[in-house]
Design a protein around this ligand. Structure first.
Ligand SMILES: Nc1ncnc2c1ncn2[C@@H]1O[C@H](COP(=O)(O)OP(=O)(O)OP(=O)(O)O)[C@@H](O)[C@H]1O
Ligand SMILES: [Mg+2]
Length: 262
């Protein structure tokens, strides 16, 4: 799979700190990150709980400004959110009072796309995520996996250059989660969208990622960078799969052991 003219997302020497409201102390969350997300690829970012993964994705999305360093999309500095970067979060964030179709058309209406075209486009993307025929249902009538597919369709419908996903399957049961991972690989192969997928599950990162970036505990630094050349669909019992998983787990366990000593 190649980039087909899609823009790369780059972070250069990126750091982010927050000021703690109560104490006034500075909390360093991201420290000097250099990342190049290659267009058309599925990149997974894995790191221990609380290390700064969501913050990193929010900075990539332009929802948080970096304290220092820069984010570039297609060589242009990112200064805020934009329709070229779509985000999918852990919680589905669907409007319960809107039908599936109207949840997907919502973002398109905001973009000023006429109602008829928005409807047609929403139907196409609901088809892409396997939900044709569910247009008139309400979120309460859907399973967790279906809700997350509506959220993905809603983000894809805006046709972003990069899809940023923050542990989107974390709240699903194990079986649905595995199904959604297979679904995502298939969707990515069909659309070729650049995907950045954040997770604390090593298994998920090895199942999905072509490029895997491992973060340290907070403040997050890059401690692993590897390419996963295993073909798709991947088999969890494959010795190469288990080998890669063991290698990443080893670094994560070290990171967590260091945390316990502090
Ligand atoms: N807006 C904010 N203001 C102050 N501190 C923040 C803010 N956002 C995040 N933090 C702090 O930054 C640190 C990293 O948080 P973040 O949510 O990015 O981690 P994470 O790796 O996504 O965690 P998890 O694994 O629980 O999802 C935490 O200590 C958190 O309290
Ligand atoms: Mg998070």
């Amino acid at each position: 799979m190649n980039g087909n003219g899609r823009p790369a997302l780059e972070l250069r020497s990126l750091s982010k700190s927050f000021k703690e409201k109560k104490t006034g102390r500075t909390l360093e969350v991201l420290s000097g990150l250099d990342i190049e997300v290659r267009p058309g690829r599925l990149t997974c970012i894995v790191g221990p709980s609380g290390c700064g993964k969501t913050t990193l994705l929010r900075v990539m999305g332009g929802l948080e400004a970096p304290t220092s360093g820069e984010v570039f999309l297609g060589g242009k500095p990112v200064r805020g959110p934009g329709p070229d970067r779509g985000m999918v979060f852990q919680e589905y964030a669907l409007f319960p009072w809107r039908t599936v179709l109207r949840n997907v058309t919502f973002g398109l209406a905001l973009k000023g796309i006429p109602a008829r075209e928005a409807r047609e486009r929403a139907e196409v993307y609901l088809g892409t995520v396997g939900l044709s025929g569910c247009e008139d249902l309400y979120p309460r009538e859907l399973s967790g996996g279906m809700k997350q597919r509506v959220a993905i369709a809603r983000t894809l419908a805006v046709e972003p250059s990069v899809l940023l996903m923050d542990e989107p399957f974390a709240s699903l049961d194990a079986q649905t989660r595995n199904g959604m991972q297979e679904f995502l690989v298939d969707l990515w192969m069909r659309t070729g969208t650049t995907i950045v997928f954040v997770t604390h599950s090593v298994d998920e990162a090895v199942f999905l990622g072509q490029d895997i970036i491992g973060l340290s505990r907070r403040p997050a630094r890059i401690v692993e960078r590897l390419e996963n050349t295993l073909g798709y669909p991947r088999t969890r019992t494959d010795p190469e799969f288990t080998g890669l998983r063991a290698r990443i787990l080893e670094y994560l366990v070290k990171e967590m052991a260091m945390e316990r000593k502090i």
